[in-house]
Design a protein around this ligand. Structure first.
Ligand SMILES: [Zn+2]
Length: 130
């Protein structure tokens, strides 16, 4: 994930689900020192939540975040391209991607080119997150 995508997504998820500013946490620092790189943002926030016993604002049972929250955040923040069809390479650089299938219509792709690191989503059914 690109640094700008990471920062904006982490800020959005922290604010939306925990009412916290990114600067109130160690996430940004963890990312810039390389500690957090390679992990999904929602997993990092869940680790933070466990460590500091954070309470979710939007969930009484304090469920951890899921990859769907991450995808919704990426889409809501316009941080990523949402492509309407299956894609095997990065639309920015053409490099191969690693992808995670969320359900039968949605995949989240991470560009494997270390100088690109773009994250994008493919969604065959455009209605799902709108
Ligand atoms: Zn790329």
């Amino acid at each position: 994930m690109q640094a700008s995508q990471f920062r904006k997504l982490a800020a959005y998820l922290l604010q939306t689900h925990y009412g916290l500013d990114l600067d109130d946490t160690t996430l940004s620092e963890d990312y810039s020192t390389g500690v957090a790189q390679g992990d999904r943002v929602f997993l990092l926030i869940n680790m933070l939540s466990n460590k500091y016993d954070l309470q979710r604002l939007d969930s009484k049972d304090n469920q951890p975040l899921s990859i769907f929250d991450e995808v919704k955040g990426l889409v809501a923040m316009n941080l990523t391209l949402v492509l309407g069809e299956q894609q095997t390479c990065c639309p920015l650089c053409g490099h191969r991607t690693n992808f995670t299938e969320l359900d039968c219509t949605t995949q989240i792709h991470d560009c494997m080119n270390p100088s690109c690191e773009n994250v994008f989503i493919t969604q065959f059914d455009q209605e799902t997150y709108q």
